[in-house]
Design a protein around this ligand. Structure first.
Ligand code: NAD
Ligand code: UDP
Ligand code: UDP
Length: 343
C-alpha cells in the first residue's frame, strides 16, 4: 500500500512569517523509518494524534502492515515500502530513524544485512537529513554497553563490546550508527538526537520475536513452559512502550543531542520476570531451563538521571502495570475470537 509524496501541506508561508488568512498552517512532516514495527507504530500513533503528517518507511522485515493499517485513508499518513540501505529522496522536517531488527533472533538471522542496515541505512538517512535540513533522531540501544562492567549504566560509559561475536552486527552496528550521527552533526551541522533504548515491551511485539517478554507471555498463554536461558539470574530492566515513545518525542523536541538512556530502572532477573508472568497469566506455568546464548550480557539497568534532568522524563508504567496491557493484545492475536485461554 504505497502512496506518492505529493501533498497540499507544502503551502508557502508568508514572508512576514505569519500565515496568511485562509491558508492552512503547515503541518510538521515527519518520517519514521521502521514505523511498521513494534516501537515505530506506537510512535506513529502519537505523532498522527498530535496532527503531524507522517511518512512511514519500512521494508517489512519484522514490521507488519497490521500495525499501522488503522491509519490507511488518513490524508496525514503515508506508507512507503522501502529498504533504507537504498537512498531515498523526501522533503521532511524530522526523521525518527528506527529501521533495524531489534530482537536477537531477528538481527542474527542475516547479520550482514543487519550491519548494512545500521551503517548504510543510517548514512542514507543522515544524508537525507543534511540535504533537507531535517532534525534526525537515532534509536540506538543499551547494547552499545555490551556486557557492561559498570552498573547501572551511565551515558558516559564506553561499554564492553565483543567486536567479532554473534551480537556484533547489532551492537557494533549501532555504535557505528552513533559515530556517523555525531560526525554528521559536527561535520555537516545536522541537528541530531541519540536515544539509547533499554529493553522495551508492549502490544504489537512480534509473537515469534524471541525476546524474553514476548516469549514468556506467549508461552504462558499457550500453556507451554517458560523457557529460561542459562540459570535465569541475568538481569534486564523492562520499559513499557508508551514511556519510551514519550521519551523519544521529548528528545526530538528538546535542545539536547544526547545520548540519553531511555529505559525503566526497575531491574529483574529472568526468574523474577517469569514469576511476574506466572502471577499475571498462569500461576501453574512451568519453567524449562535452556542453554544460554553466546555473549549474553549478565546485567543491564539504565541510569536515567540525564533524561530526568534534561528532558524532564521518567517512566510511569512499571512491569506489573504494563504486562497486563500486553497480555490482552497477545491473547487476542493468539486466540482471535476463540474463547480458550481466556481467563
Ligand atoms: P521491530 O523489529 O519491531 O521494528 C523494526 C522495524 O524496522 C520493522 O518494521 C522492520 O520491518 C523495519 N526494518 C528493518 N530493517 C529495515 C530496512 N533495512 N529498511 C527499512 N525498514 C527496516 O523492532 P522495535 O523493537 O520496534 O525496534 C525499533 C528500533 O528501536 C530499532 O532500531 C531497535 O534497534 C531500537 N531498540 C529497540 C529496543 C526494544 O527493546 N524494542 C531496545 C533497544 C533499541
Ligand atoms: N542520501 C539519500 N537521500 C538524500 C540525500 C542523500 O538517501 O536525500 C544518501 C546518499 O545517496 C548517500 C548518503 O545519503 O549515499 C550520504 O549522503 P551525503 O550527501 O552525506 O554524502 P555523499 O552523497 O556526498 O557521499
Ligand atoms: N531469555 C530467556 N528466555 C527466552 C528469551 C530470552 O531467558 O525465551 C533471556 C536472554 O538470555 C537474555 C534476556 O532473556 O538474558 C533478555 O533477552 P532478550 O532477547 O529479550 O533481549 P536482549 O536484552 O538480550 O537483547
Amino acid at each position: 500500500w504505497i502512496t506518492t509524496n505529493t501533498r497540499a501541506y507544502d503551502v508557502a508561508v508568508h514572508s512576514s512569517g505569519r500565515i496568511p488568512l485562509g491558508i492552512k498552517r503547515k503541518a510538521r512532516r515527519v518520517v519514521v523509518t521502521g514505523g511498521a514495527g513494534f516501537v515505530g507504530s506506537h510512535l506513529v500513533d502519537r505523532l498522527i494524534s498530535r496532527g503531524d503528517s507522517v511518512i512511514v518507511v519500512d521494508n517489512f522485515f519484522t514490521g507488519r502492515k497490521e500495525n499501522v493499517m488503522h491509519h490507511f485513508g488518513n490524508p496525514n499518513f503515508e506508507l512507503i515500502r522501502h529498504d533504507v540501505v537504498e537512498p531515498l529522496l523526501l522533503e521532511v522536517d524530522q526523521i525518527y530513524h528506527l529501521a533495524c531488527p531489534a530482537s536477537p533472533v531477528h538481527y542474527k538471522f542475516n547479520p550482514v544485512k543487519t550491519i548494512k542496515t545500521n551503517v548504510v541505512g543510517t548514512l542514507n538517512m543522515l544524508g537525507l537529513a543534511k540535504r533537507v535540513g531535517a532534525r534526525f533522531l537515532l534509536t540506538s540501544t543499551s547494547e552499545v554497553y555490551g556486557d557492561p562492567l559498570q552498573h547501572p549504566q551511565k551515558e558516559t560509559y564506553w561499554g564492553n563490546v565483543n567486536p567479532i561475536g554473534v551480537r556484533s552486527c547489532y551492537d557494533e552496528g549501532k555504535r557505528t550508527a552513533e559515530t556517523l550521527t555525531m560526525d554528521y552533526h559536527r561535520g555537516a551541522g545536522v541537528e541530531v538526537r541519540i536515544a539509547r533504548i533499554f529493553n522495551t515491551y508492549g502490544p504489537r511485539m512480534c509473537l515469534d520475536d524471541g525476546r524474553v517478554v514476548s516469549n514468556f507471555v506467549a508461552q504462558a498463554l499457550r500453556k507451554e513452559a517458560l523457557t529460561v536461558y542459562g540459570d535465569g539470574k541475568q538481569t534486564r530492566s523492562f520499559q513499557y512502550v508508551s514511556d519510551l515513545v514519550e521519551g523519544l518525542m521529548r528528545l526530538m523536541e528538546g535542545e539536547h543531542v544526547g545520548p540519553f538512556n531511555l529505559g525503566n530502572p526497575g531491574e529483574f532477573t529472568m526468574l523474577e520476570l517469569a514469576k511476574v508472568v506466572q502471577e499475571t497469566i498462569d500461576p501453574e506455568a512451568k519453567i524449562d531451563y535452556r542453554p544460554n546464548t553466546e555473549d549474553d550480557p549478565h546485567m543491564r539497568k539504565p541510569d536515567i538521571s540525564r533524561a530526568k534532568e534534561l528532558l524532564g522524563w521518567e517512566p510511569k508504567v512499571d512491569l506489573r502495570k504494563g504486562l497486563p496491557l500486553m497480555v490482552s493484545d497477545f491473547r487476542q492475536r493468539i486466540f482471535g475470537d476463540q474463547k480458550e485461554g481466556a481467563t
